[in-house]
Design a protein around this ligand. Structure first.
Ligand SMILES: Cc1ncc(COP(=O)(O)O)c(C=O)c1O
Length: 406
């Protein structure tokens, strides 16, 4: 290994949201989606050089930064994009909210598949649209379940006022990297119902299995024409605090609507974010490859640990991201998050993703192995120390279907 992912960097007294949540406690935070690793050296060097310039006025992306995005899309996904398709953003949550405003009118609806990253559920509502949540379906109960689109439920849920599909690809929190056949089926569904696809691909370079990421917009020019792709180097290269993301929109009218919805509200991307993004996309690949190896080993270790040492917990198959989706229903806990916090581990509550209460937790394994091992040991002790419930043989069905209010 050329790069160091093992050293534990002390973030406790830093500005980290992840660590400050539990300041003054001994709780290991495995909740919000950033990693406890240093950014790639090439990114840090580029930032140093820019800081040494000493002037930090309003910034505009340099031609080399635009070229870095175009080259990256070509080299990583064989996807040819053009400079004018790129709309820079300070983050992808603003991107989701802008997309919600840009398509249709208040009273229309946005479809999404749950459980899903919270802003997918809130952005349509903030734009006066209805959120129609259709539960994903695990292909089997228990350990290693693969969560899939429920095509029949999608057909039943779509309404004449539905204008848009919010796709999370790869999917946070269930860790799916959707395959070409699934994407094509989804694109056909969206074409049949005349839906714009907003495809949030922030986790696109965190595919852990040996399969390529296929951008939705790269399926065909016809699919691209109805797609707003949202991307950023922020998750992969661990630079989320630097605020630099982008949308790729090939259709001029859709791009104009997106730009109109942003006008006067969404600030520019961050100056240092542009620098970091360019360095990451141009020079980050050797680091990223090693990162993927490290995360894959963490995922496998976690998966085995759950199978062998955490009775009453199962983990979904995780093809991408550094986020594990844990089903803890069999533990019958009143508040799973509080239970594990009391035993020194901070996890995300499944209800934040539109999952039913008391059933799911999300665990962030983007950390040194030593941190993960300590957290899992605490979880194991917690489970063994608690009063034993009688494990139900089959938990209640997942998700209520139909319309969702987060
Ligand atoms: C699917 C998805 N989209 C967007 C974000 C956040 O994007 P940003 O920090 O750029 O607003 C996250 C963060 O976890 C995410 O998982």
């Amino acid at each position: 290994m050329t790069f160091d992912f093992d050293t534990v960097i002390d973030r406790r007294n830093s500005d980290s949201q992840k660590w400050r949540k539990y300041a003054g406690t001994d709780i290991i935070p495995l909740w919000v989606a950033d990693m406890d690793f240093a950014a790639p050296p090439a990114v840090i060097d580029a930032l140093h050089r820019r800081v040494d310039h000493r002037v930090f006025g309003y910034a505009k992306p340099l031609p080399s930064q635009v070229a870095a995005v175009i080259d990256y899309c070509w080299q990583r996904y064989q996807w040819r994009i053009e400079a004018e398709w790129i709309v820079w953003l300070p983050g992808l949550v603003p991107g989701l909210n802008v997309a919600a405003h840009a398509v249709g009118v208040p009273g229309d609806a946005v479809l999404c598949a749950t459980p899903v990253y919270g802003p997918f559920l809130s952005a349509p509502k903030l734009a006066g649209r209805e959120t129609i949540a259709v539960p994903l379906r695990p292909d089997r109960p228990g350990q290693g379940a693969r969560w899939e689109m429920d095509w029949d439920a999608l057909e039943r849920a779509v309404t004449p006022r539905t204008r848009q599909f919010f796709l999370c690809h790869p999917h946070n929190p269930v860790g799916r990297a959707f395959a070409r056949a699934e994407l094509e089926r989804l694109a056909a569904f969206c074409e049949r119902h005349d839906l714009v696809v907003t495809s949030d691909e922030i986790h696109c370079d965190l595919v852990l299995d040996d399969v390529p990421h296929i951008p939705t917009g790269a399926l065909s020019p016809a699919v691209a024409a109805r797609t707003i792709t949202l991307m950023a180097p922020s998750k992969t290269y661990n630079i989320a605090g630097l605020g630099c993301s982008f949308a790729i929109i090939s259709t001029p009218a859709l791009r104009a609507a997106f730009n109109r919805a942003m006008a006067g509200i969404v600030p520019d991307a961050n100056l240092l974010g542009f620098i970091a993004a360019e360095a990451a996309m141009k020079h980050g690949e050797p680091w990223r490859r090693e990162l993927i190896g490290y995360l894959r080993a963490n995922r496998d270790y976690l998966f085995d640990f759950v199978s062998q040492n955490l009775p009453g917990v199962t983990m979904a198959r995780c093809e991408a991201t550094y986020l594990a989706w844990l089903d803890v229903s069999a533990l019958q806990l009143e508040s799973p998050v509080t239970f594990f916090e009391k035993h020194g581990v901070g996890l995300s509550d499944g209800t934040l993703f539109g999952a039913p209460p008391r059933r799911f937790l999300r665990l962030n394994f983007g950390c040194p192995r030593a941190t993960l091992t300590e957290a899992l040991t605490r979880m194991q002790r917690a489970i063994h120390a608690r009063p034993q419930p009688s494990f139900p043989s089959s938990p209640a069905p997942i998700g209520g279907g139909g319309h969702h209010s987060p």
